[in-house]
Each structure stands twice: as C-alpha cells, then as structure tokens.
Design a protein around this ligand. Sequence first.
Ligand code: AMP
Length: 375
Amino acid sequence: MSAVKTILPPAVIGIIGGGQLGRMMALAAKAMGYRIASLDPQPGCPCAQIADIEIIGDYGDSSAIESLARASDVITYEFENINADALQWLEKNAHLPQGSLALKASQSRLAEKAAVARLGAPVPRHLRISGAEDLEKKVFFPSILKTDSGGYDGKGQAALKTPADLPAALDLARGAECVLEEWVPFDKEISVIVARAQDGKTAAFPVAENIHENGILRRTIAPARISESLGARAVECAERIAAGLEVVGILAVEMFVIGNDFFINEIAPRPHNSGHFTMDACATGQFEQHVRAVCALPLGDPSRLAPAVMANILGEHLSRGLEPFLPLLGRGKLHLYGKAEARRGRKMGHLNMLCDGGHTIDDAMRSLDESGIWN
Ligand code: AMP
C-alpha cells in the first residue's frame, strides 16, 4: 500500500471509471475544493460532465492510464474490472491508496468468497464449475449459477430451481468459468457500507436493507429492519473484511439474512448503489467519506440524520419524463446521472425519500408506490 500522504484541495483526484459513481465522487470532491480528472472510454460520460480534465480511453490502455496518473495527485476507482497490468503499473507509479487486494478479490466470485471466508465471514455453500460437463456432474437444486467474473445487476446468472432450468445454465457454463451457489432462502438482503481510513480507523453507515428485482437493486431502506444485535454483528464482519483486505475508502458488503444469521453475498471496494441514501440521510455521505479516506483527511460522522428510502430510477421509469416526480420532491431528493439515453434497466438516477417529522418508512414506500412511476 502507498505511504500515507494527505492530499489537500485544490489537488487533482483522478477517477478511473466515469459512470454515476465516479460522477458522485467528483461532485463531493468538487464541493470540498478538489479538482477532478476522469478516465472513461465514453466521451461526455457522467463523471466527465463534472470533471476538470477528461481523458478518453480504455481502462486497459496504458497510455490513457499514464495520462491520468500524470494529471492526478491521487487516483481512485469506481470501476472494478481494471486489468492486472494497469493495476500493477498504477501501484508502482501512482498514488493509489484505495489498494488492490479487495479489488482483485472482487473481480472473481471464487476469489472473493475464498478471501472473505479466510477472514471468518460466512459465505453460501458453493462449487467451482469449469464447463457444461462439470455442471452436469455437480449440479444440485435449488441453486444459482453465476459467471466467476464480469457479471453485474443480475447479468451472467442462471437460477436452477428445478432440472427444467438446466439448459440455460449449461449455456452459461459453456461460455465462462462459473460458481454454483446454494440458493439462499433469505428473509432479507442487507448491506453494510463501511469506510476505512489510511490509519485503519473505520466508520460504518447505518445498515441498509435492499430490495432487488431481476438482480437489479430497486429500493434501499435505512435503517434496515433487523435486530440491533444482528446489525452489530454485520457491521463487525464488514469492518473485519475491510481491515483484512486493507481497504482504504468505502467497502460495501452485501449480505443475505436468514433468521438471526447472515451470509456474505458480494463485496465491492467502492461506493455502492445501496449507500446512496447516505448522501441525504447521514451527516456525511458515502462519496464524501470515500474522498476523505483516499485523501487521508479525517473520516466524517456517518450517523443517520433521518430514516430514508432510496428508489433507483431506471430508464423505463422516465418514460413519462420528470413531471411525475414533482409531487415526491417535498420529501424526496432527486439525483440524476446525466445519461442521455434512457435504456430499459439502465440506472439513470435515484430518489432519496427522507422520513422525519412523523413521516415513516411505510409512508415513504406508499408515496413511491402511489406515484405510479415504479409500477
Ligand atoms: P449478485 O449479482 O450476486 O449480487 O446477485 C443479484 C441478486 O440475485 C441478489 O441480490 C439476490 O437477490 C439474488 N441472488 C444472488 N445469489 C443468490 C443466492 N445464492 N440465493 C438467493 N438469491 C440470490
């Protein structure tokens, strides 16, 4: 890991990956007086719209990576699939306090499960699957097959509820190295968003409860409706993973809850969609906290100002434009990512509904449902 070096504004923070996470990191950093260099293959990407310096190039393109390093005092990433050569180069030649252990683990589901299990965190029973024949030999039901790398938002997955689901799973196994996981009949999905500073201090946000449909996050409810003791154990586990993988910045740990137990589903060593509620509902938002950690400033107070519900806005939710959102804006804080094309399933923005002054989580959920936007 790079030596601790405090980076003060108006230094330049280089961000690898110019999607909404990069944009929201940039917005938080700009509010603090930093300047931003953005690296992304797509001209005018969400982060570049905010950045001072736009570098257009592939994440694996060594000259683009070198340009970013030359332009920046510190580098961070929002994108997980940075290739090994680029990462090695950055570690030697640039200031990358965020580290690479958790990043490398998060690039492979098998490596990730091994890494968190080594740190004593519970993971669902799973097997490595190398090809269709291997799947035919090892398959069990109910289970879920996932590609080892490259999957996101439910892509690269095949549920195996019954043998009738096998053909689709065999197709997936034919194309890529996979992991076959037991199907977890969870009561709830939660995530712990924790920040870790360069001196090893950690600060966890309130545990969040997540509702997914077709593998895409739809809503986050914070605080999660779980017992205090389960929440405390989940936070302790996430902090142990962050320390064990030497994370600096935000680590998101997604978990399945069954009864009074939890299993780790996934980790992401960067700000996370299920932490977007913190932007309006906590004393310090996850993007500001991430910037503080990579720049070696003291971490901010993560405590909750109000309960909140976050609703993701996907392409299809904008089919009637923004008018239908207006009645929600009394309690709702709208965040849009500057993406021109509203494709189905594409994350275009999110709405944080704050629940204070006698307004409850149930009231917020009802307002969202009754708006008709998400039906
Ligand atoms: P992932 O890409 O691994 O986060 O999976 C996306 C979503 O699929 C999760 O948030 C769950 O809703 C569901 N899912 C994934 N793995 C499992 C599992 N082992 N058992 C039950 N549901 C799962």
